[in-house]
Structure formats: C-alpha cells, structure tokens
Design a protein around this ligand. Structure first.
Ligand code: COA
Length: 334
C-alpha cells in the first residue's frame, strides 16, 4: 500500500479586514468581550462589492498549493472540497474548481462536515492515494460566512466568531511508509446536530415558507449553543488527539506541532494545558482570521509552514471539532 504526504500548501483570504471595533457599528459588542472570550482581534470578510465566493477563494489557494508542489493543474487526479458555505445549493464547489482551474474532467466531491471538514477531506484524499486509485489529490477548505451572519446585536454570540477564507493542499503518493499521513480518526454524534446549525432553507423548510413569515422566521441564520459546544469540544479534542497518538504508539511529548481547528483560542489553550504543550508546540492564528471553519486548519498549517515552524521529520497533529457534532484528528510525520 502507498502512503500520502503533503506536497504543497496555499491559502487565500479576502483583502477586507474587519476589526472587533468595526463590529460595534452594527451590534452592541466590544473588543474586550470578543478578545477575552475568543481571542479574536480581527477577521477577513469579503467586501460587499466583491464577487468573491468560497469557490473563487478556494481556487486562489489551490493555485498556490499546486505551484508550491512543483506541479501543474494537469498533475491533479481528483478534487476534494470541504465547505459549509458553497456557492450553490447544488452542485458543490469541487466542480467549480475543475472549471475555474481549467482542469481535465477529473472527479470532484464536496465534504459537508463543517469545522471538521478539512480533516474529513484529508482523510478521504488519503484513502484514494493509499489504495493506489489516485496519485495527486487537491484538498480545499473554504468558507464564505460573512454574507450569512446575523450582524445585529441579536446575532452577536455567533457572528463575531466567524471569518472568510480558504486553504488548499496537494496530497501526493509516496512509497516511504514512515512519512506523510500516519492515520486519521473520524467521529460523529448526530443527536447534537441542532446545537450548532443553520436549519434553513432546507427541502423540508423551503424559501417560500421563510418569506411568508414576514421576517419572523430567522432559521436561515446560524444558531449555536456556545456553552454546550465549548464543553463538548474540549472533551472530544482531547479524546481524538490521544486516539491518534495511541494508534501510532506515540505520546503527547512526541508532538512537534499541534494545529487545532481555530474554533476559539480558549479551547485551544485548554487542550494545550491538558497535554502540557509549550507555546512553540501549538500554532494558533484565530486572532487574525476568526473561525474559518473548514478552512481554519489548512490556513493555519500553511501559515505555520510559511513561517518555518515545520521541519522535515516533525510530528504534526491536526484536530477539529464542530457542528454535527463531528470531530477528528490527523497524525502526520512531515
Ligand atoms: N459581545 C458582547 N456580549 C455578548 C456577545 C458579544 N459578541 N455575545 C454574547 N454576549 C453576551 C450574551 O448576550 C450574554 O449576556 P447576558 O448574560 O446578559 O445574557 C453574555 O454575553 C454571556 O453569553 P454566553 O453565550 O453565556 O457567553 P460565553 O461565555 O458562553 O461565550 C462563546 C460565548 C460563543 C464565546 C463561547 O460559548 C464559545 O466560545 N463557545 C464555543 C464556540 C465555538 O467554538 N464555536 C465553534 C465550534 S467549531
């Protein structure tokens, strides 16, 4: 069986920066509240007059990742696109990437696993490579949250957290069994689906019903039971990291770099303390981008790599938790 390793990384965020102070023009909030509870200082939101979307941002990130892999679009065999904010209800963004990058008629799938989307996407790509079906798979995580948030005081518990952006990597075949993705660990618990959810429009509750409510029906805005999500996140993060380490006969002291999904700086710090990791062993960038859901891990991984924080042979641990609930980890020997 083959192994898969990351050959190229890239990310793209829209130019428009929205600081915590900027948010106070739309809602009753403060820089102090947001930083204290989440660690976030600013996020990138696609500007109102921009044509950017999850697919266009994903395409930009993908171009960088493919170039850094020393490849061209023609070397890619398959596309995996993770997002909860696709351009269309259907089809998914993956097929748009095939078109935007002018690729041959290769296969493309979308992954609907929210904050765990990139971990699920990477695991999916890894399996295609391990079995020998494909040699190079493009994995993208991208989100366009800002157009779907309730930016009034009513929605402040959710809207201050989320940011727009995209990241991508090229996963490639290697015959070196000691390098690359060592294992992936995926979980779900659907009984908590409504604790972090956008309920509508759905086929069972379609657009005319929302319009008929004359503004009463707000089920198209994200709902989050923040305290419940927080409590579950810290437990599941810890469990799934240990599961990944144990499966590879490793322990927390073996971790060179831990990159958590950028949900909330307090969650990342809780996990860091639990595993007694130093600041050098954890990479966080939620301060600058907010929570970009399926894009967050791949943006952070790319940024850490760009800053020279990942060396050949390092043990890199990725972990995510989010809506579904879904959660997962990936253990990588770089
Ligand atoms: N600015 C100012 N006040 C705000 C606010 C904001 N942006 N958002 C909420 N508040 C207020 C609430 O209205 C509430 O006021 P009240 O006590 O008068 O009713 C108060 O702050 C506390 O709200 P609460 O929701 O209990 O805050 P919290 O301490 O649980 O923090 C989160 C909220 C969202 C930061 C926190 O629950 C969290 O981070 N949860 C995990 C979220 C997460 O990681 N989501 C992504 C999952 S992948």
């Amino acid at each position: 069986m083959y192994n898969s390793k990351i050959a190229g990384l890239g990310f793209y965020v829209p130019e428009n920066i929205v600081t915590n102070d900027d948010l106070t023009q739309w809602m009753d909030t403060s820089d102090e509240w947001i930083q204290e509870r989440t660690g976030i200082k600013q996020r990138h939101w696609i500007a109102d007059d921009s044509n950017e979307t999850s697919a266009t941002m994903g395409a930009e990130a993908a171009k960088i990742a493919i170039e850094r892999a020393g490849m061209t679009k023609d070397d890619i065999d398959f596309i995996v696109f993770a997002t909860l904010s696709p351009d269309y209800y259907f089809p998914g963004c993956g097929v748009q990437i095939q078109d935007m990058l002018g690729m041959d008629t290769i296969g493309a799938i979308d992954i609907r696993n929210q904050c765990s989307g990139f971990i699920y996407g990477l695991a999916t790509a890894d399996q295609f490579i391990k079995t020998g079906m494909y040699q190079n798979v493009l994995v993208i995580g991208a989100e366009y949250h800002s157009n779907g948030l309730d930016k009034t005081t009513r929605g402040r518990g959710v809207s201050v957290i989320f940011g727009d952006g995209a990241g991508a990597c090229v996963l490639t075949r290697t015959e070196d069994q000691t390098k690359g993705i060592l294992s992936s660990h995926l979980h779900s618990e659907g009984k908590h689906a409504e604790e972090l959810v956008v309920k509508s429009p759905s086929i069972k509750h379609w657009v005319p019903e929302i319009i008929d409510s004359n503004g009463e029906d707000l089920s198209y805005f994200p709902y989050m039971n923040g305290t419940f999500v927080f409590k579950n996140a810290v437990v599941r993060f810890s469990e799934v990291i240990m599961e990944g380490l144990t499966a590879n006969q490793l322990s927390p002291t073996d971790i060179d770099l831990f990159i958590p999904h950028q949900a909330n700086l307090r969650i990342a710090q809780f996990v860091q303390q639990k595993f007694k990791l130093s600041n050098d062993q954890v990479y966080n960038n939620i301060m600058n981008y907010g929570n970009t859901t399926a894009a967050s891990i791949i943006i952070a991984l790319t940024e850490a790599w760009e800053k020279g924080k990942i060396k050949d042979g390092d043990l890199v641990v990725l972990a995510a938790f989010g809506s579904g609930f879904t959660w997962g980890s990936t253990i990588i020997r770089w």
